[in-house]
Ligand binder design. Structure first.
Ligand code: TXA
Ligand code: MG
Length: 320
């Protein structure tokens, strides 16, 4: 673990796996154009190979070199939100290996906004494939220590860029149809996207659960303890009526539940900021999971802005 960009670059050139910081979550990176290196990502995460990977580049010029281009609506978003927590699904090109796209004609691309990783990407003459650096199905890492805990023995180096500023993964928008389609709620609020390019098709449920979109799995972000999502005050009251009485940890924006000891309550933002709450969500899920409890009860967040991404992650944890 460290901040040595040259070391990270040398290892990636050799085909090794390196964990990289981004503003959303840590990524598990490999040379996207080296299939043997990309195979190591799937092995390390135990990720099913039908689940494609996001291609990370430093800027639009690196996309040109890969014969990829952003459609007009994506370009408008790029000008405002890239580098940043937004991923574009666009038609792929013959330069992109099938293992990146899971054999589909589309590729997901993103320009992450983290100074270390942007410098790394500018140093390299290939793009990086990088899923979140967690075992498949588990909570994503927002610090270098989280990566070390879960995948420490599987990566050659962890580039430590400090805690992730945004804390939930990128918003994913597909530009394959006439109308842009939201595939994952994330770090850029969908309202801000629609302000620039008009209505985007959204998933029918509150969360993404569409088996035809590869990898948008309904079960994900699993905690070891069961997690319930809903009106936390009601859920806590109901749970405390069972026998034996369960030990409960709560996750909420800033609610106080008098039935629970204060040390078991995770309030993600005293001021009620959904951005701050998102940045603290995954760390709180890990801390709650490490406690001697039976159940995590999460309060549904407001259905707007980053609250939509928070509810999406909590709902998928609850489904797991
Ligand atoms: O914030 C992020 O996006 C982080 C950081 C590391 O950049 N990456 C990330 O990767 O969250 P991952 O693999 O954990 O999630 C990427 C999602 C998956 O659900 C995958 O199925 C979807 O993006 N995806 C990737 N390529 C796709 C494609 N060609 N078409 C549709 N979905 C795609
Ligand atoms: Mg992931």
């Amino acid at each position: 673990m460290g901040t040595d960009i040259e070391k990270a670059a040398a290892l990636l050139r050799e085909g090794a796996l390196v964990a990289i910081p981004t503003e959303t979550v840590y990524g598990l990176a490999a040379n996207a154009l080296n299939e043997a290196a990309v195979v190591k990502i799937y092995q390390a995460k135990q990720r099913p190979q039908f689940n494609p990977l996001i291609l990370h580049v430093a800027d639009a010029a690196q996309l040109d070199a890969l014969n990829l281009s952003l459609p007009a609506a994506a370009t408008r978003l790029y000008e405002q939100f890239s580098p940043g927590p937004l991923t574009y699904v666009i038609p792929s090109s013959s330069k992109i290996p099938g293992i990146i796209t899971a054999g589909t004609p589309a590729v997901a691309v993103r320009i992450p906004q983290h100074p270390l990783t942007l410098r790394l990407l500018k140093t390299l003459d290939f793009p990086l494939a990088a899923p979140s650096a967690n075992p498949s199905g588990r909570v994503s890492p927002t610090t270098a220590a989280h990566v070390a805990e879960q995948l420490g023995d599987k990566v050659a180096y962890i580039l430590d860029g400090g805690p992730c500023r945004i804390g939930v993964e990128s918003t994913i928008i597909s530009f394959l149809e006439d109308q842009p389609r939201l595939l994952r709620y994330g770090g850029v609020a969908v309202e801000a996207i629609e302000k620039l390019i008009g209505p985007v098709a959204r998933p029918e449920k509150g969360y993404v659960d569409n088996p035809v979109a590869p990898g948008q799995l309904a079960r994900h972000y699993a905690t070891r303890h069961p997690l319930q999502l809903g009106n936390a005050a009601t859920l806590i009251r109901e749970a405390l009526r069972s026998d034996p009485i369960p030990r409960i940890a709560s996750i909420s924006l800033n609610s106080i539940f008098p039935e629970l000891p204060d040390a078991y309550q995770f309030r993600l933002s005293a001021s009620g900021s959904l951005e701050e709450a998102a940045s603290r969500l995954f760390a709180a899920m890990r801390l709650a999971d490490d406690m001697d409890i039976d159940l995590i009860i999460a309060d549904r967040f407001p259905e707007e802005g980053l609250g939509l991404a928070i509810n999406d992650r909590l709902q998928r944890a609850a489904n797991s």
